[in-house]
Design a binder for this molecule. Structure first.
Ligand code: TZP
Ligand code: MG
Length: 221
């Protein structure tokens, strides 16, 4: 059964594929992250270590089952067919991926939809869409995890994007633990990270830091 989208699920949003954990098991990393309390997971299998379609489907189904057991939404990056085949909860698309209107129409009532927007113009265009669940904005800081990343957005611009968007924004790109309070102060609903969790020497501690940043900061604001 599809998990309904709730903006609180953007708080600790792990993005990962096999390319992000070379020589390690993605299943194990996701299991550890789920046990530690991530609030959303996006399966983004790209780049040199890309699996075959059959392997990706099998791995995706396994990861989806782990997420569902924890009540955590399972989101697929950029591949509507894969998302529907897995029975995912959501789909995330970029500006250059399948036309967003087409995706929204195709998955209506079956998957929630997230869209990448890194400029005010893109946010204004997104504001005209019906049925968009959330926006991902970044890279906020320089990142080595995405080869074709847009120019760096920065915290000031992120705050403007958050203030302009009609739907919640999750920040992504180059986010480290020390930047979490500043991200939170922009009004972003959460942080989406690859390396902070996949490269963490202690996934449980890292995820707990992400979870507690929100709580502490809500009190300060
Ligand atoms: N989209 C924009 S930046 C990025 C993606 C997928 C990579 C984020 O990875 P990291 O390691 O958290 O910088
Ligand atoms: Mg994409």
């Amino acid at each position: 059964m599809t998990i309904n989208f709730n903006p609180a699920q953007l708080q600790v949003y792990l993005v990962a594929g096999t390319q992000d954990v070379p020589g390690r098991s993605l299943v194990t990393v996701v299991q550890q992250a789920l046990a530690a309390g991530i609030t959303a997971f996006q399966f983004r299998d790209k780049g040199a270590s890309q699996l075959t379609a059959t392997e990706r489907l099998a791995l995706g189904r396994q990861l989806k089952a782990l997420c569902t057991a924890k009540g955590v939404p399972f989101i697929v990056d950029d591949d509507v067919d894969l998302a529907l085949a897995i029975g995912a909860d959501g789909i995330h698309v970029g500006q250059s991926d399948d036309q967003i209107q087409h995706v929204l129409q195709r998955v209506q009532g079956r998957l929630f939809v997230g869209l990448s927007c890194s400029t005010l113009t893109e946010i204004q265009q997104a504001n005209r869409l019906t049925g968009l669940a959330y926006i991902g904005s970044g890279p906020i800081f320089p990142t080595t995890s995405k080869a074709d990343a847009d120019p760096v957005v920065g915290l000031k611009q992120l705050k403007q994007l958050v203030q302009t968007a009609r739907v919640p924004i999750v920040a992504i790109g180059g986010i480290t633990e020390s930047q979490l309070p500043a991200i939170r102060r922009t009004g972003a609903a959460g942080s989406a990270v690859i390396s902070m969790v996949t490269q963490s020497p202690n996934i449980q501690r890292t995820v707990r830091a992400m979870l507690s940043t929100g709580v502490t900061d809500d009190k300060i604001i």
